[in-house]
Design a protein around this ligand. Structure first.
Ligand SMILES: [Zn+2]
Length: 278
């Protein structure tokens, strides 16, 4: 395991479309993903109980304890570490490197793929992965209109304006973090709206950076099995297509729209989003 593992890291705020991008990328026959892989321990652990049993489904539809794929990963990890319950967020830098490399290597070995996609989204984890020097990393910074993110949270009962405010703070934190990363060649900035408008173009761009070829079959991402840590029994229903959903523009009321402009107008404008409600 001397060679660095090739890794695509999806960075972004919550509700930015990372699950869709993750599914599209990991439909490639050389890309494996576990979704938000930092959640490995709470998902596989039978002793910690930090995640309710009913909220531990694999993206393939099976409960994590019944999924053959995860059974295989757990047995590989157990052989290496005497237990499969290892923490991918451990603070100690050396253990972080060893544990993350173990799980990711086991997943690549089991799937027979060569590139790993980590859609954990956070900048701190990305920094730790870079510092570990175990991975050859490309970063996709996925950005979605903060008002769409806010509306998506609002539908779940969270505050719209609070989310929009948080969105621009996270965006700034991620941009600052990427500055220190330095290697511009390794950073791909992508707006979710552009991805769904022309997925072929943007997937091809990401894949070519990593040295892989695009094929139109990737767009049919539901055809392949995805063992991502999803929490949901079914991640995608048949009617969900890759499409631009701009219904939030109509649904956000004028007052909230104006307040969102005040809170995050500078960031929205910089990302090319219109401040006018059409
Ligand atoms: Zn599975």
């Amino acid at each position: 395991m001397k060679e660095k593992i090739k890794l695509i890291y999806i960075l972004g705020a919550g509700h930015s479309g990372s699950t869709l991008l993750d599914h599209l990328l990991s439909s490639h026959d050389q890309i494996e993903s576990g979704g938000e892989i930092y959640k490995y321990l709470p998902y596989v652990s039978d002793t910690l109980g930090v995640r309710p049993f009913d909220n531990r489904y694999c993206g393939c539809g099976a409960h994590i304890t019944d999924c053959e794929y995860w059974k295989s990963i757990k047995s590989i990890i157990a052989e290496e570490h005497d237990t499969y319950e290892i923490d991918l967020n451990v603070k100690d830098a050396e253990s972080f490197a060893v544990n993350n490399k173990s799980v990711i290597h086991a997943m690549l070995q089991t799937s027979g793929k060569s590139v790993f996609c980590d859609s954990s989204k956070g900048i701190v984890r990305l920094k730790h992965l870079v510092d570990s020097q175990q991975f050859d990393i490309w970063i996709v910074h996925l950005i979605r209109d903060g008002r769409a993110v806010g509306y998506s949270h609002q539908k779940k009962g969270h505050g719209f304006l609070k989310t929009v405010y948080r969105w621009q703070k996270i965006l700034k934190r991620h941009q600052k973090g990427l500055q220190s990363f330095g290697d511009e060649e390794r950073i791909i900035r992508l707006r979710y709206e552009d991805l769904v408008e022309n997925p072929a173009k943007h997937l091809a761009k990401i894949l070519s950076r990593v040295g892989l070829n695009y094929s139109p079959e990737l767009l049919n991402f539901r055809a392949s099995e995805h063992h991502i840590l999803s929490g949901n029994r079914m991640r995608w229903s048949d009617e969900q297509e890759i499409r631009k959903d701009v219904s939030y523009i109509k649904k956000i009321n004028l007052l909230n729209w104006g307040m969102a402009d005040i809170l995050s107008g500078v960031s929205l404008k910089k990302q090319g989003y219109s401040l006018f409600k059409k």
